[in-house]
Write a protein that binds this ligand. Structure first.
Ligand code: GLA
Length: 386
């Protein structure tokens, strides 16, 4: 058991005295396929070896007790009286309880201590780890009979409706369905998925954190969604079969250019091309062609920067620096954008030099200290045994 899991288990025992159920819920990376999930398209994420750990137990009374160990903050609520709080973090958890109750299941009082090592706001989806992890844990603790896909959808609804970000389904899905040493290719419309082996001993996935966090990430996120929906409405006038941008082609978009706001056109063009890139990247993996895979990561970043316009100066500096460093197969911003991390596919023997060179560039051009994480692809959410 990892140090973090032991720490959280110990904190629970100190507070409550009984033996908790321990659940590990991982953060995620996304190799390629950004802002495609809510357009009914394809994504290629994986869970990583950074996680939040939950220690859970039943409470004798009806109240629920939450303890955020890393924030040294706690929150008590009654499952039948859930309201949003300005404290922020409890909303990711109380929203889940509310969604479970909406399925007609009762949630008795419980105790929950949690904490871990997923950097917050870095684009590793610490929020989905909280939501899906708690839904999974309560399902086990109380034998609620929720199936894996129901847990995914319910966790997504908690974020959409309670937290207020209209996120797609990628983060919660990979949190539950991920496998070690593999990426998951998800069709976000049919919700069917396949696993592709990914870890090669001579390659590493390196995340560079800009250390920039912008509130824009969630407001602009909802704006992008609305722009994509507007694009679909215009496309539907000529092509009634287009249900989402996943059904559109570049030719269809070109034919509608004059009817479409130029910004909306640019957003849609990015999504259509990114979807095609994910499919091609999946074929690269089947052939073991990581060079080609890396080039598609590069193209993804260029589209996010120029067409979807969700990058920022700090992310661009990191990507440019990575592309100048030796042994880098691909580099792109990851997640919603406007800060957070870049994801880089780097030869193992070049990782030290990568850190030195990219670090130096970022310090001198952005005036900030970046943070590096070399991650391994891990399993999805599960119970830990002592
Ligand atoms: C966030 C959302 C995801 C996805 C990405 C962008 O992580 O939670 O659903 O849309 O942004 O690809």
């Amino acid at each position: 058991m990892t140090e973090n899991a032991e720490r959280i288990g110990e904190a629970y025992r100190r507070l409550f005295g009984d033996e908790p159920l321990l659940v590990r819920s991982p953060g995620r990376v996304n190799l390629i396929g950004e802002h495609t999930d809510y357009n009914g398209g394809f994504v290629l994420p994986a869970a990583v070896d950074k996680a939040v750990y939950f220690a859970l137990g039943r409470a004798a009374e009806g109240d629920c007790y939450l303890q955020a160990e890393d924030l040294r903050s706690s929150f008590v609520f009654h499952p039948e009286r859930i309201e949003k709080t300005d404290l922020g973090w409890p909303n990711y958890l109380t929203g889940v309880v509310l969604e479970i109750r909406k399925t007609g299941r009762g949630v008795p009082g419980f105790r929950c201590v949690f904490g871990g090592n997923i950097p917050i706001g870095a684009g590793l989806s610490s929020s989905a780890a909280l939501e899906a992890g708690l839904a999974f844990g309560l399902n086990r603790l109380f034998g609620l009979g929720l199936e894996a896909l129901e847990i995914v959808k319910l966790a997504q609804r908690a974020e959409n409706e309670f937290v207020g970000v209209r996120c797609g389904i990628m983060d919660q899905f990979v949190n539950i369905f991920a496998r070690p040493r593999a990426v998951l290719k998800l069709d976000c419309r049919s919700l069917t998925h396949t696993h592709h082996p990914f870890e090669r001993d001579d390659l590493r996935i390196v995340l560079c954190d800009t250390k920039v966090r912008r509130a824009l990430a969630s407001s602009e996120y909802n704006v992008r969604r609305a722009q994509c929906e507007e694009g679909v409405t215009v496309l539907q006038r000529r092509h009634s079969g287009v249900r989402s941008l996943r059904d559109a082609t570049i030719e269809m978009l070109e034919a509608c250019r004059r009817d479409m706001d130029p910004v909306v056109h640019r957003r849609c063009a990015y999504v259509v091309k990114e979807n095609a890139r994910v499919e091609a990247a999946g074929r690269d993996l089947e052939k073991g062609d990581f060079l080609s895979f890396g080039r598609r990561m590069d193209a993804s970043h260029d589209g996010l920067r120029d067409e979807y316009e969700v990058s920022c100066r700090e992310l661009d500096i990191l990507v440019e620096a990575a592309r100048r460093a030796p042994g880098v197969l691909g580099a792109r911003m990851m997640g919603a954008g406007f800060g957070g991390c870049t994801i880089n596919l780097v030869e193992e023997r070049a990782v030290e030099e990568f850190r030195a060179k990219v670090g130096e560039d970022y310090r001198s051009r952005a005036g900030r200290e970046p943070e590096f994480h070399v991650v391994r692809l891990s399993a999805g959410t599960g119970v830990l045994t002592c």
